[in-house]
Design a protein around this ligand. Structure first.
Ligand code: HGY
Ligand code: MN
Ligand code: MN
Length: 457
């Protein structure tokens, strides 16, 4: 990890109080006031925490507590209810709220000039049995920034838009970054026919989200829609926590390939079929899992590969498994490396087919390109952290984010805060409330800096 760690002025302590600015109307002095505010926060950490704790109730298991995490899948009743709560927060903050044909929620705050927007936000859907911070911190942190600007009488040149992306995790329907992909014009309408375990299609869910699937392609944002896209997010890894550094300046976001594979064997009697006459789909799939891990480890670097589940049929202890479905997920900052590793994995699968007399077939479910963040936005984030007296560290993102789809449309930046123990996609996912407030403060200050000096096109 290139630790371009630069120490900012180390603030002695942070005040979790909104320091009332005397409402200076002009932009220059407002932004400068923010920069010169030192470690005091403009955002209200206690208020932000309260909204995050309320959001965590949508999809919390019955009888559970905050610490038990959440299941709030994109395109689910829990997500639908949570969206109403979040849109209520946006309206209460004075934002003009609209929902696009892919279900993405936008909340607009007028600027003083007719300019492209400064866009910032994240997602509120979760993985199954996930945590209460992934996506939520950036989504509700963005709304807290708007409230803080209202309280401080801040006007910006650029219109500001908070965005809540639909179905970022993609657990439903196997298309991650769904809403931001639609906004980037990367999805064709045939994706709407994908069905979930209840037999409902994405089109059915879009109707439930108040949208007309026939207008799906209108979700694509026009060219030059934003001058910069920013996303505050938990790191989901352990670097910042281990280094005890509160702010991460994201260098780039990994590409992610999702494949779905099937091992096709032959069901037969477990007692009467000799061991050398079996076509055992599960034994073949087990070899395939280890082959994925070996091929990912075969070359140096940060690449990762995962087989997250197996579905075995018919699934009885006295029948030789006939069919096994398993996913393969590959990630790296280098798309060519992902392809190279996948080639090697497929060769290993062909060898397993010969050894086990089992056919293995795989289809590409989705692939999202890696994305580098914008240097000028990275510098603005460093400057914002510095002005708040916060140390920062440049680092890559091993997690995928909506920002990587927005990078197709314009300059993006991401601000990370530490994840305790590097744990995420788990009920044990946790970030300190002070770190969350600090992250929102850096988002606040970065927006003001970019408003005055937007990144070059
Ligand atoms: O899977 C990911 O990297 C992200 O959390 N959706
Ligand atoms: Mn996320
Ligand atoms: Mn996630």
């Amino acid at each position: 990890m290139r630790a371009s760690q630069r120490l900012g002025i180390c603030g002695l302590c942070l005040f979790l109080l909104a320091i009332p600015d005397r409402g200076s109307p002009d932009l220059e002095s407002t932004a400068r006031a923010a920069e010169q505010a030192g470690p005091s926060l403009h955002v209200n950490g206690a208020r932000l925490r309260q909204t995050l704790e309320k959001l965590s109730e949508f999809g919390r298991p019955a009888g559970a507590t905050f610490a038990d995490g959440v299941t709030r899948l994109g395109f689910s009743e829990e997500d639908l209810a949570a969206r109403e709560y979040v849109m209520g927060l946006m309206r209460a903050a004075g934002l003009d709220v609209r929902v696009d044909p892919a279900g993405n929620i936008f909340g607009r705050r007028a600027g003083t000039e007719d300019l492209p927007v400064l866009l910032f936000g994240s997602h509120i859907d979760s993985v199954p049995n996930g945590g209460n911070f992934d996506g939520d911190v950036g989504s509700l942190g963005a709304i807290e920034v708007i409230r803080a600007m209202n309280e401080h009488g801040v006007r910006t040149r650029h219109p500001l838009e908070v965005v809540i992306w639909t179905n970022e995790e993609g657990h439903h329907f196997g298309k991650g970054l769904f809403g931001s992909s639609a906004a980037a014009g990367l999805l064709s309408p045939d994706v709407l026919e994908r069905r979930d375990e209840q037999g409902l299609s994405i089109a059915d869910w879009l109707h439930r989200y108040g949208q007309d699937p026939a207008r799906f392609l209108e979700a694509r944002l026009p060219p030059n829609y934003f001058v910069a896209y920013l996303e505050l997010h938990i790191e989901q890894g352990g670097i910042l926590d281990r280094e005890k550094i509160p702010i991460g300046v994201v260098e780039g976001i990994v590409g992610i390939h999702w494949y779905t594979c099937q091992a096709h064997g032959f069901a037969n009697h477990a007692g009467t079929t000799p061991m050398d006459q079996r076509r055992d789909a599960l034994a073949a799939a087990a070899k395939a899992v280890l082959a994925v891990r070996e091929e990912v480890r075969r070359e140096p670097g940060r690449q990762v590969g995962t087989v997250g589940y197996m579905k075995v049929e018919p699934g009885a202890r006295n029948i030789i498994p006939a069919r096994v479905e398993f996913p393969v997920e590959l990630r790296d900052l280098d798309a060519a490396k992902i392809e190279r590793i996948w080639e090697r994995i497929q060769q290993r699968f062909q060898q397993i087919e010969r050894e086990e007399s089992v056919r293995i077939s795989c289809t590409l479910l989705s692939s999202d390109r890696p994305a580098l963040t914008d240097p000028a936005i990275r510098q603005a984030i460093r400057q914002a952290a510095d002005s708040a007296g916060l140390r920062f560290l440049d680092l890559p993102s091993g997690a995928g984010h909506d920002a990587q789809q927005m990078a197709r449309l314009g300059p993006v930046g991401m601000i990370f805060i530490p994840s305790r123990g590097g744990i995420s996609h788990s009920p044990q996912e946790f970030s300190d409330w002070e770190d969350i407030a600090r992250g929102a403060e850096v988002l606040y200050r970065t927006i003001l800096l970019l408003d005055r000096n937007p990144p070059p096109r």
